[in-house]
Structures are given as structure tokens and as C-alpha cells.
Design a binder for this molecule. Structure first.
Ligand code: MF3
Ligand code: CO
Ligand code: CO
Length: 266
């Protein structure tokens, strides 16, 4: 794989652009948090995020019309056993105990992408759902911790897989993190499983997402007839957390850090 295929911030202009994109994406998740309550539809969550992204942030929501068939909404809302790419709908209304991943990607006026997601609960989550979400967030941070220059991509995947499987959960394999800069989905593919010291060597300035999808049951998924929604085959719960980061010689920079995260340890 040629290095030209890989999303690398080549200077201060790119880094500043990604900081702004990341902070804008993070602010959408902060804005929507109080609205994630029993009774709200995922359609209304989409509309609120769309309006905020366009009017307050002066950005474009990257999912809207993305791909083939074109994704019809501005955010992904993945409920309970939905692994990722759930489509907001007026017929999906949150109930007490539901877990929901909201995945936001914005494109700034300068053309930079910020991509981030987190888990929310409507009302009171079950013990399992809370534990799955917590372990998945820990998987994200354990992966990010390995994103230092000189390490390999496999170090990231291994850290995630090890933590998930020690917790008796499983790692979804059909989707991965991705290079990102002025392109939504670039090289490299950032697998959430793997072996230490294998795969591409990480270099300073590489920008990519880490976005583990972890299942309470088996890892297998299927895609619904809408050609987007991925669900667990066994219909057990799934969780996902995502950040957009940049490799440095020291601790990676997390572009999409929110105010509720004091450091990458949380
Ligand atoms: N935000 C997702 C990711 O993390 C991609 C969503 S593409 C969409 O890569 F079309 F489903 F929105
Ligand atoms: Co992503
Ligand atoms: Co995303």
C-alpha cells in the first residue's frame, strides 16, 4: 500500500483544520445528549442534529446521501442490537432502557472531516447494556493508547480484541476504523482485532478513526434489506464508540474529545 493512499496531516494547516472539524463533531454529541430520553424518535434526533450542523456549525453532515444506495439521513442512530449505520426513523421511538449509538460526521467549510460516536441510554439501562457500553469505551481508549509513532496497526486491533474477549464479548469484523482528513473513508483500514507488531507502521501525522463495535453475544452480523442497517445475527446487544485521532511521537491527539472526557483515560 503506497503512503500516498494514507490520510496524513502534512502541516499545521491540516492539523488546525482537523481540530476544528473534530471539535464541531464532538459538539453535536454534547448538544443532543439532553434530548435522548424515552419518547423521542430517532427521526427527531436526526432533525435536531441536522439543523445544528448546518445552521450553528456551518458544516455539511457527511452521511446525508453518502454511498450507494445514498444514506438518507444526516446521522446514524443504532439502537440496541443494531451494530452500526442505523437509519433515523419516525417509527423508532426510544423506550426506557434502550441503548443508542449516535454517530456524527461533519465536513467543515475547509473540507476537513470530524467523525465521532458515543453510546446513550434512554432512562435506566440494564446491567448488561451498561457493562457492554463501558467495556466498549475502554476498548476505544485501549486502542487509542497504542496509536503512537513506531507502533503497528495490529497493536491497536490486538488491544481492543483482547479487552473485549477477556470480558466475554466479541468484536465485529465487517467494519473498521479508517483514514480520514479531507476524505471520509481513506486508507488505512483500522481493524479492531489483530496481532501485536503486525500491519502498517504508524507514523506521525497519520489521521484515522478508531471505532470498535463490540457485541454481547456472537460477532456475526447481517445487513437489513435497506442495505445499510447492520444488526447482530443473534439479536443480542451491540455497542460502539468512535474518535478521530492523529498519531504523534507521544500521546495521540484526539480531535473529537468532548467536555465530559477530561483525558483519554476516561
Ligand atoms: N460515521 C460512520 C463511520 O464511522 C460512517 C457512516 S456512513 C453512513 O465511518 F452513510 F452510514 F452514514
Ligand atoms: Co468512522
Ligand atoms: Co462514524
Amino acid at each position: 500500500m503506497g503512503i500516498s493512499m494514507v490520510a496524513v496531516a502534512v502541516g499545521e494547516k491540516d492539523i488546525q483544520g482537523m481540530r476544528i472539524a473534530g471539535q464541531k463533531a464532538a459538539s453535536v454529541l454534547e448538544m443532543i445528549e439532553p434530548f435522548v430520553q424515552p419518547g423521542i424518535s430517532t427521526e427527531e434526533l436526526d432533525q435536531r442534529c441536522h439543523q445544528f450542523i448546518v445552521e450553528e456549525l456551518d458544516c455539511v453532515p457527511a452521511p446525508l446521501n453518502y454511498g450507494s444506495p445514498p444514506f438518507p439521513k444526516s446521522i446514524c442512530t443504532s439502537l440496541n442490537h443494531v451494530v452500526c449505520h442505523g437509519i433515523p426513523s419516525s417509527s423508532k421511538t426510544l423506550k426506557n432502557g434502550d441503548s443508542l449509538n449516535i454517530d456524527v460526521t461533519v465536513i467543515t467549510k475547509d473540507g476537513y472531516f470530524g467523525d465521532t460516536s458515543k453510546m446513550f441510554f434512554a432512562g435506566q439501562p440494564s446491567v448488561l447494556s451498561k457493562r457492554l457500553s463501558n467495556i466498549t469505551r475502554e476498548c476505544l481508549y485501549k486502542g487509542i493508547e497504542k496509536a503512537t509513532a513506531g507502533n503497528k496497526l495490529g497493536d491497536i486491533g490486538h488491544a481492543i480484541q483482547d479487552h473485549a474477549e477477556r470480558s466475554n464479548f466479541s468484536v465485529v469484523r465487517e467494519f473498521c476504523g479508517h483514514g480520514i482528513l479531507k476524505v471520509f473513508h481513506d486508507e488505512p483500514q483500522v481493524l479492531h482485532y489483530g496481532n501485536p507488531d503486525e500491519g502498517m507502521r504508524l507514523e506521525e501525522g497519520m489521521c484515522f478513526t478508531v471505532e470498535p463495535m463490540i457485541n454481547a453475544g456472537k460477532r456475526h452480523i447481517k445487513i437489513l434489506p435497506d442495505q445499510w442497517t447492520a444488526v447482530t445475527k443473534d439479536h443480542k446487544l451491540s455497542a460502539q464508540w468512535e474518535h478521530t485521532i492523529m498519531v504523534t511521537e507521544g500521546e495521540p491527539e484526539i480531535f473529537t474529545l468532548r467536555k465530559d472526557e477530561t483525558s483519554h483515560k476516561k
